[in-house]
Each structure stands twice: as C-alpha cells, then as structure tokens.
Design a protein around this ligand. Structure first.
Ligand code: TLP
Length: 353
C-alpha cells in the first residue's frame, strides 16, 4: 500500500479544516465592492482590532497586498529598499516595476534580517542626479532566509529612523503570526509603527484564500482604490472571508506545532551524512538544506522523494526547501527523514530510480 503524501512544498498547500468549511457554508454574504458583505466586514474589523490599527482590507493574495501597498506608498521613478531575498523582488513577477514604476534597491543581510546600518547608506534623498528612495520594505519572517525572525528592537529601530528620514515602511508579514509565536510577542507589538502591514490567511493560518492589509484609515481607503484597479473587488467574498475568520481566531494557537515539526526535521537532517543545515537557525516553519555533499543535485533528491510520496521543492541546484503546516504531522516528518536517509544512503545510480 502507498504511504500517504507528505506535502512539504509550502504552507500554501493546506486544505480548509472542517470548521472552515462549515463557516463557509453558513457565511452571510453581500457585495463587498459596495462594502455590504457582513463577513468580509467582520474579518476586516477583527484584523484591525488584532493589529491595533484603524482599518484593514481583505485582498485575494499576499502578492496583491504587497503590491497594493507599494503602489499607495510610492511614486513612479522611486526606489524601494528591500533585502535581496525579498518576496516582493523575487516572486512577484516584477510587479513593482510593471505596476508602480519603481525600482528595487536590494541589500544582502545575514539571515535576511536588515538593520539601519545596512539601510542608511542606501537611502537616497532628493538629488538632482540620483534616483530617490520612496519606501523601505521588510519581510518577517523571511521566507528565503529560512523563516528567520526580526528581533523586535531591530525592526522598531528601522521604522523609527526611516520615519525621521521621511520614508514609509511596509511590512510583508505573510508569516507574522509565525514570528509572533516564535518570539512570544503579540503581532500588534511586532508591527506597531509600520505604515502598512500585509499578512496572509492562506499560509500557516491554513485558510484557502486571502490576505489582509492593515494600516491607517487613509492608507486603507487608498488601498481600496488600488485593489479595484487590479481587479481585486471580489463581490460575495464572505464565502472566503468566513474561512479566514476561523483561521485568524484558531490557527495561531497551533503554529508552535509546525515550529516543533520543522525543528524535528532540521535536527534529523543535520545528522544525515552529506546534508548541510544549521538547525539552530530553524526557529519557525521553513527550512532549507544543502544536498551537495550527498553527490546528488537538489532536483534529483526532490524527484526521488516525490517517487516515495514526500513532496519538497528544490530551490536551486544545491538546496531544497521544506515548510511545515497544519496538514503535516510529526509522523509525516519522521517518514520524510526516513525516506531521505534511504535515498542518500544508497549508491548514486540506485537512488535515482
Ligand atoms: N510565498 C510562496 C511562494 O510565492 C514562494 C511560498 O510558497 O512560500 N510574501 C511572502 C513572504 C511569501 O512567502 C508569499 C508566498 C507571498 C508574500 C505571496 O503570497 P501569495 O502567494 O498569496 O500571493
């Protein structure tokens, strides 16, 4: 008999829980472009309350949330400072250039964690010859840096100094609840002075669709216009928002389990000959490991894993990403480790079968 699939490709792959499906079935709906969907309104009010902000806006995806914020907070021809592994730069299809007419100015930082000393030399004030900085963007947790978490004082310091320099700061908080659980701090504390915050319901929180932008009333009103420009006015979206409400209330309580499972994977991987990972750096639900020392490429290992129902994507020729979430349990992670040991423990030819 085939073992069940253990899908470690991303926390985006989760299926709605029975409670979410029930809430979706029972959701009261209306036309959200007229602001008449009571369930969307409730989700937005609840998000604003949890983040201790004036207002929130439901958007179909994290990408739309980030790009909406960039559009509202910048003018064409400006630069956006971000870490070189930032999702807005690498995975949002060049949209900051295509839609907002801005350029990324990327900075490489250890573990994806920027600080003001790294940012300051890259800030370009108004000048007769040089492109001007319009926005600073942080990502917490940092996806491509393996789910790393901003120390709260470092993020606070960046925001404070950016504001002194007259610059807004946007937070890609797709996984801010993972940061909150890892640090034992409320999301409102971790995000308090950012000009805009995007967080996802459809990553670790497990909802099928949707993200939220939170910020001031003025920011959210502008964001509403931009969402409509992008075709993000979703009409009877309460059907989706209902699952989001369940995710927002219930899922943060269980994220520590995903972090424990990621740690279990990281510790197990660190013991497999040829695999390189610093398991001390795995503090949330994402990990990357280098397979070069096994003699196999990352795509080869990924293919062999898939043949045994363990799904994990190669990030490049050398490394593989694994992400834990509500639909993988400890037993699944143990099986992933066992299969990996078998794959890299056999001679190169046999393992490719
Ligand atoms: N991340 C996805 C892929 O796009 C890489 C994943 O599988 O991790 N910000 C961050 C930090 C993200 O990781 C993601 C999605 C987004 C924004 C965009 O969210 P969606 O997919 O809802 O547009």
């Amino acid at each position: 008999m085939n073992s069940p699939i253990v899908d470690l490709r991303s926390d985006t792959v989760t299926k709605p829980t029975p409670a979410m499906r029930r809430a979706m079935y029972e959701a009261e709906v209306g036309d959200d472009v007229y602001r008449e969907d009571p369930t969307v309104n409730r989700l937005q009010e609840r998000a604003a309350e949890i983040f201790d902000r004036d207002a929130a806006l439901y958007v179909p995806s994290g990408t739309m949330g980030n790009q909406t914020a960039i559009k509202v907070l910048t003018r064409p021809g400006q630069e956006v400072i971000c870490e070189e592994r930032a999702h807005i730069y690498n995975f949002e299809m060049g949209m900051m250039a295509a839609f907002s007419g801005v350029l990324p100015r990327t900075i490489c930082a250890e573990d994806g964690i920027l600080n003001w000393d790294l940012i300051a030399p890259n800030v370009r004030p108004r000048h007769d010859h040089r492109t001007r900085t319009g926005l600073i963007e942080l990502e917490n947790t940092s996806n491509l840096a393996g789910g790393s978490v901003y120390p709260p004082q470092v993020a606070e310091d960046i925001v404070e100094r950016a504001h002194v320099a007259g610059l807004p700061v946007h937070l890609d908080g797709a996984r801010i609840f993972n940061a909150s659980v890892a640090l034992g701090r409320w999301v409102a504390e971790l995000t308090k002075n950012f000009d805009s915050v995007m967080f996802c319901l459809s990553k670790g929180l497990g909802a099928p669709v949707g993200s939220l932008l939170v910020g001031s009333k003025e920011f959210i009103e502008e964001a509403r216009v931009v969402r409509k420009m992008m075709g993000g006015g979703m009409r009877q979206a309460g059907i989706l928002a209902a699952a989001g409400l369940v995710a927002l209330e219930e899922s943060p309580k269980r994220l520590h389990v995903d972090h424990e499972n990621a740690k279990l994977l990281a510790d197990g991987l660190a013991e497999i000959p040829g695999i390189k990972i610093d398991s001390a750096k795995v503090v949330t639900n994402i990990l990357f490991f280098d397979v070069t020392g096994t003699g196999f490429s990352a795509p080869e290992v990924s293919q062999s894993l898939k043949a045994r129902n363990i799904w994990a994507n190669p990030y490049n020729a050398r490394s593989i990403r694994m992400v834990t979430h509500q639909d993988v349990d400890r037993a699944g992670c143990e099986r992933a480790l066992q299969v990996l040991r078998e794959i890299v423990g056999v001679p190169r030819k046999a393992a490719a079968n």
